[in-house]
Design a protein around this ligand. Sequence first.
Ligand code: FES
Ligand code: MG
Length: 575
Amino acid sequence: MSTPPRRTLRSQAWFGGDSKDSFIHRSWMKNNGLPNDAFDGRPVIGICNTFSELTPCNAHFRGLVEHIKAGVLEAGGLPLEFPVFSCGESNLRPTAMLFRNLASMDVEESIRGNPMDGVVLMAGCDKTTPSLLMGAASCDLPTILISGGPMLNGKFRGMDIGSGTDVWKFSEDVRAGVMSRDDFMAAENAMSRSPGHCMTMGTASTMASMAESLGVTLPGNAAYPAVDAHRARLARLTGRRIVAMVHEDLRLSQVLTKKAFANAIRMNAAIGGSTNAVVHLLAIAGRVGVNLTLDCWDHFGRDVPTLVNLMPSGQYLMEDFCYAGGIPAVMQELSDVLDLDVLTVTGRNLGEAIAGARNYNPDVIRPRGNPLLAHGGIAVLRGNLAPNGAILKPSAASPELMRHRGRAVVFNSIEDYKARVDDPALDIDESCVMVLQNCGPKGYPGMAEVGNMALPKKLLERGVRDMVRISDARMSGTAFGTVVLHAAPEAAVGGPIALVRDGDAIELDVEARRLHVDVSDDELARRKAAWSAPAPAMKGGYQSLYVERVLQADRGADLDFLVGCRGHDVPRESH
Ligand code: FES
Ligand code: MG
């Protein structure tokens, strides 16, 4: 492809000319050792780094960024790295999701306020991918994303073990008395044995796969392990490519189209991806002005089979997925249902970008004729318990519970649940439906990953491993079970889930997409009249802003004033 004639780039509004201000912009930058020609009009590439030692999944980014910089320099650009809020899943309290929107604000304002012509987003741990894409989408410069890559497979006493997924199993085994504490600690060492993010098809790998499916990464981005030399090479090629994207003025909004989101939703079904992708894609679409609704998830994904045999839906891990061919191989299997004409950051359409990809392991990436699950996707449920929708991931659920009627056992907070779940006197059996209230966006706050409540100990000891659970919360992408999530409106705003009481009959019918509490409208109205909102957890600070302005789950749980693209013009001088 020939390079279009050079245009005057955005960064020249800072670095070009002979004014007092241009002196200031250039001179201070030169304290890094930059020569005069660094400011000659070449593309200035911001590299948005979510490195943090408190985000262990992204702690190797100091090394990875050097490969991106090398690529930018090779292509004739000027790389300038900048840090943003790093949303680390494993440590942040009360939940990393509370800070996804905060991080996106940091990203947006850092990009818009600074002299850059294009952006490389360095994502890894769960929330880092959506927060970077949301912020960048609100600016709409040429943008490309690279993931830090998954960890190598966990290896424990001859078994492959997966991040998160096996933690749930091990911790239930400890509670059920079949695993010792020493073995539990040994498993910790064995699970996380290289740099990188979770190597199950949890939220991090799902969001890396979503980014690749949306076309905002180079092909192959999602699956290469963090420590594979392919990852470093991809970083270098990503650095080269963003410089060309600036010359082509290939902006994020040209890639993030409705068709691209439809592809991503279909791919989420095919990979057995995390339920968290629902709120993240809705929020990203909102930033770029694409009309994506919760129902799009059911509509586009419903008939797509799950092909990727990875935990938590299946058996394998990301390293296996990489060697099997990764996302491009899945796209080849699904080429008849994907829109291959969409433009990607490669400058070519999706079909061209994945040409030649092959499936090298039909057990890891199942062929269409032998899927892991005939109907993957996300089921969007409605009914008097969730008028604005709730979701369930069929591939992680138990087939025998997909149609179920049971007696509600209600917990009004996660603390209430923890205090009572193992009480031998708790009136519960495996036919009951566990209901958790006040864990939604405003209620927790931040919509915590607590929807997959562990089962009562007395039932675990009897060998029960799944029950219907319903909440306004999220669940970890590495979790599994017949778990209804994201019920909207949430309990903390008086949604019907707040009105459920012990003993109410609840009906779940996934095939019919129905979620119903068998209580009359009059009785629900009486309960609503007696309901009062819970007191906010914190007064002032970001949490108050969040609780005041956060949208419900069916709108992606973004802050209302952040929806939309505000562009990248900065009309005023800084001095
Ligand atoms: Fe970071 Fe799972 S905790 S990706
Ligand atoms: Mg998580």
